[in-house]
Design a protein around this ligand. Structure first.
Ligand code: NAD
Length: 421
């Protein structure tokens, strides 16, 4: 299959990673297309009334990658540049991520091409509800379960759940995950991704014999994932010397008061204005010396242009797809000894706790936060061990090891179920 439908740089990246791992796994060409290309893609138009009385129409998408292991699962992104290839790539990565963690899901992803910062709260609610309304024929608690991603949050999930429930005539809280706890969510979901990132950084530090106290970290992106990761690092004694968002980047070797930065963002919505004395070019931020570099924003930020200039010991990929295949090659061949925690492992905490939320919702049984965190760390520890063991055994990168574990599981399930009819 030579699909021109799924295009763009982000899908090209997901495809290239898949080709690399398929070569390593010696997957035959006729099996590759069935594994890579999404089962379904849905495109919708979402009209809303703007506050000024005009009508505006936004393009929405949902891609469901494979249905072999259970319902599909994945986040919803509101971003001005969103296009179908990016959504498809994120759905594909989600499949390998769920399989690596042993979750009974295929990957999905969706979103709306919109700048969420340009919407009022009322417009955001109208768009969220209209998007879910358009998706009702294609989603369900056992079909496709949504969650937050960039540009969406707990509140948006509550609106999605309410819209779906109004249509069904009864509350269906397992239709989305990442809801507020008081609307049927689980304790520990909001923090899960950032917390998981930092737990895995802790495991990598043990592996490399780096002491957290006195170590330094730079975090790109200060949203749900980046800000929580920064706060968890501080709890472990790590000095956060760099932070950034889409408005500004800061670097100060003395470190930042992360709690104060979080309070500033809660009040103003952005980092700008928090510590302008320490402003730095956002590109330069990634190349400053640190023990841990955490891209926690958008794709393709570590590229062939800056990969050779990275000065970190651990690259913890909290974002999806932050490192291009070209940059991967430079990092692997440069002998710089950067330990990469690949995205499908590093940020898996989010979907793992989403799975816990779904299970609790279906059973109407709720666990306390300590239980959620303990179960989360158990799954992450198992995945971390599997990834580094396979990487060492087969002399492959951590990324190829992680992808191979995920792809192998989906492949085995497809082979055993056969091809219908
Ligand atoms: P968010 O919307 O809460 O925050 C995104 C942050 O990135 C914001 O601070 C924004 O200002 C910043 N940002 C945007 N563009 C930027 C740029 N060009 N340079 C620097 N900063 C920029 O989103 P999030 O939920 O924290 O997601 C961040 C990343 O983590 C995404 O790649 C997402 O797919 C991934 N992820 C999120 C979750 C989750 O549970 N939310 C789970 C797994 C992976």
């Amino acid at each position: 299959m030579n699909s021109a439908f799924y295009s763009g740089p982000v899908f090209a990246m997901a495809r290239q990673q898949f080709v690399d791992v398929s070569d390593y796994l010696e997957i035959q060409p006729d099996e590759r297309d069935r594994l890579l290309y999404p089962k379904r893609a849905i495109a919708v138009s979402c009209p809303i009334h703007r506050d000024n009385g005009e009508t505006a129409v936004f393009q929405g998408f949902r891609v469901q990658h494979h249905l072999t292991l259970g319902p599909t699962k994945g986040g919803t992104r509101f971003s001005p540049t969103l296009e179908i290839g990016e959504v498809a790539a994120l759905a594909v990565w989600m499949s390998w991520k769920c399989a690596l963690a042993g979750l009974p899901y295929g990957g999905a992803k969706g979103g709306v091409a919109v700048d969420p910062f340009a919407l009022s709260r009322r417009e955001m609610e109208a768009l969220s509800r209209r998007y879910m309304q358009e998706m009702i024929p294609f989603v369900g608690s056992h079909i496709d379960v949504m969650a937050p991603d960039m540009g969406t949050n707990e509140q948006v999930m509550a609106w999605f759940m309410d819209t779906y429930s109004m249509y069904k005539g009864s509350t269906v809280n397992e239709i989305v995950t990442g809801k507020p706890v008081f609307a049927g969510g689980t304790a520990g979901r909001r923090e899960a991704t950032g917390r998981g990132v930092v737990h895995l950084i802790g495991r990598a530090m043990e592996h490399l014999r780096i002491e957290p106290a006195g170590a330094t970290a730079i975090v790109q992106g200060f949203g749900n994932v980046g800000a929580v990761a920064a706060a968890c690092l501080v709890e472990r004694g790590v000095r956060v010397t760099g932070i950034s968002d889409h408005t500004i980047a800061y670097f100060d070797p003395k470190g930042f008061d992360v709690a104060a930065a979080q309070a500033h963002v809660a009040e103003t919505g952005v980092l700008r204005g928090f510590a302008d004395y320490a402003a730095i070019d956002p590109q330069q931020l990634l190349c400053q010396r640190c023990d841990v570099l955490i891209p926690a924003a958008v794709e393709c930020v570590i590229t062939e242009d800056n990969a050779a200039r990275l000065e970190c010991r651990i690259l913890a990929e909290a974002a999806n797809g932050p490192t291009t295949p070209g940059a991967d090659k430079i990092i692997a061949e440069s002998g710089t000894d950067i330990f990469v925690i690949p995205d499908i492992l590093c940020n898996a905490g989010g979907v793992i706790v989403s799975y816990f939320e779904w299970v609790q919702g279906l059973q109407r049984v709720f666990w306390d936060e300590a239980e959620v965190v303990e179960r989360l760390y158990r799954v992450l520890d198992r995945s971390f061990e599997q990834v580094i063991r396979r990487a060492e055994r087969d002399c492959v990168t951590n990324r190829n090891s992680a992808l191979a574990i995920g792809v192998d599981k989906v492949r085995a399930a497809k082979a055993s179920r056969g091809l219908f009819p």
